[in-house]
Design a protein around this ligand. Structure first.
Ligand SMILES: [Zn+2]
Length: 363
C-alpha cells in the first residue's frame, strides 16, 4: 500500500475517532439541553476534517502527483472517504438541530391547565375618592363642576381676586412662574372669575383642582396640592346660605349630627370672611375617645377645615356683576387635608409618592 493511500485512510480513521468522542450524539435520547453544545463541537470538527487545512484537502492535492496507473483508484478512495466524512457530519448536524428545536418547543409549550394570572384591577386615589364624594353632594344641591386652566396670568390669579400688586397676600401665596411670566395658579379661586365671566349670574359651581405654592414639603405641605372651591352668586344670597350649605354638605359627608362653626377671618376676595370648623367625626365633638385625647381633633372636638365668606364687591365688579343687585358666598379647602382626616393619614406626602403599598389601602 502506498504512502498516499495510508495517508487518506488515516484521515478517515481520525475522523471516526473524533466523531466517537462526541459520544452522546449517537444516542437517540441524547440530552436535548446538551445538543447545542454538541452542535458547536461538531462545527469545529467539520472545519478540522473538511476545511482547507484538513488531511482530505491535502490528499486531494496529491491526486495529480501519483503515478498515472494508480491515479484513478487513488482518486476514488479520496472521494469515498471525503463523501463519508461530509455525509456523516450532515446527518449528525441534522439530528442535533432536531434535538435543539424539540427542546425549544418543549420549553415554550403552553400549559393550558395552569391557572391564569388575575389582572390587577386599578382603583381610585384617596384624593379622587374624597373629591368625588363631595362633588356628588354638591351636584345633588344643584351645583355644577367647573374645571379650568392651571397656568394663569397675574390678573386672574391676583388682580381679579382683589389682590393688587404689593398686597401682602401675594407674598404668602408666592407661586411658580413660567419664563413668559405666567403663574401656576396658587388657588382655585381663579376658576370663579373665569366661570362668572363666561356664564354670568346666577351661578352655582364647585371647582376642584390642583394648585401650586412655593412651600417646602413637610407632613402637612407639598408644593402642589388640591383645593376644592364652591361659589354661589344670586340675588339675596346671605351669610346664612353659606352656613346652611356648608353644614348640609358636612352632615351628608360625615353624619347628621355634625355641627359647624364660623370664626371671623380675613381673605382679600371675601368680605366678611370666616374660617369654618366642624365637629369631630371621630369623637363627635367630645374631644375624647375611649378616655384618651382624640387624635383627629387634637382633643378640641373641632376640626378646622377651610376659608369662606361673602364674595367681595370688587371681585363681582371685576366680572361685570353689579354688587348692589347680586351677592354671593364662596368657600374653599384643601382636599389633601380632608383625605388625611378621613383616612387617618399622618403625612400628606405619602399621597404623592406613588407607593403601591400605601395606595392599595384605599380600594
Ligand atoms: Zn375628635
Amino acid at each position: 500500500m502506498s504512502d498516499e493511500t495510508t495517508q487518506v485512510e488515516a484521515a478517515g480513521d481520525e475522523f471516526e475517532r473524533d466523531l466517537a468522542s462526541l459520544g452522546e450524539v449517537q444516542l437517540v435520547d441524547a440530552d436535548p439541553s446538551k445538543a447545542e453544545e454538541l452542535l458547536r463541537i461538531l462545527g469545529e470538527l467539520k472545519v478540522r476534517h473538511t476545511g482547507k487545512k484538513s488531511a482530505i484537502a491535502a490528499a486531494k492535492k496529491l491526486i495529480g502527483k501519483v503515478a498515472a496507473e494508480k491515479r484513478a483508484d487513488f482518486g476514488q478512495l479520496v472521494q469515498t472517504v471525503e463523501n463519508k466524512i461530509v455525509s456523516t457530519i450532515a446527518e449528525t448536524e441534522a439530528k442535533l438541530k432536531d434535538l435543539v428545536s424539540k427542546a425549544k418547543t418543549e420549553s415554550e409549550r403552553l400549559d393550558v391547565t395552569i391557572p391564569g394570572r388575575r389582572p390587577r384591577t386599578g382603583h381610585l386615589h384617596p384624593i379622587t375618592i374624597v373629591r368625588q364624594r363631595i362633588e356628588d353632594i354638591f351636584v345633588s344641591m344643584g351645583y355644577s363642576i367647573e374645571d379650568d386652566r392651571e397656568i394663569e396670568t397675574d390678573y386672574y390669579n391676583f388682580d381679579a381676586l382683589n389682590i393688587p400688586e404689593g398686597h401682602p397676600a401675594r407674598e404668602s401665596q408666592d407661586t411658580f412662574y413660567t419664563t413668559e411670566g405666567f403663574a401656576l395658579r396658587s388657588q382655585t379661586s381663579t376658576v370663579q372669575i373665569r366661570a362668572m365671566e363666561r356664564r354670568g349670574v346666577p351661578i352655582r359651581i364647585l371647582a376642584p383642582g390642583r394648585v401650586f405654592r412655593r412651600d417646602t414639603p413637610d407632613m402637612t405641605h407639598t408644593p402642589m396640592f388640591h383645593q376644592l372651591e364652591g361659589l354661589c352668586v344670586d340675588k339675596g344670597i346671605t351669610m346664612a346660605h353659606l352656613k346652611g350649605t356648608v353644614t348640609e354638605w358636612l352632615q351628608r359627608l360625615f353624619d347628621k349630627d355634625t355641627r359647624t362653626r364660623f370664626r371671623p377671618s380675613y381673605f382679600p376676595f371675601t368680605e366678611p370672611s370666616a374660617e369654618f370648623d366642624f365637629s369631630c367625626f371621630v369623637c363627635h365633638g367630645s374631644g375624647k375617645l375611649d378616655g384618651e385625647r382624640c387624635r383627629p381633633c387634637k382633643g378640641t372636638g373641632w376640626i378646622e377645615l377651610g376659608g369662606s365668606g361673602m364674595v367681595h364687591p370688587n371681585v363681582l365688579r371685576a366680572c361685570n356683576i353689579d354688587p348692589t343687585v347680586y351677592s354671593g358666598f364662596a368657600f374653599g379647602f384643601g382636599l389633601e387635608r380632608m383625605a388625611a382626616l378621613v383616612y387617618e393619614i399622618d403625612d400628606i406626602r405619602h399621597m404623592f409618592e406613588n407607593d403601591m403599598r400605601f395606595l392599595q389601602q384605599f380600594k
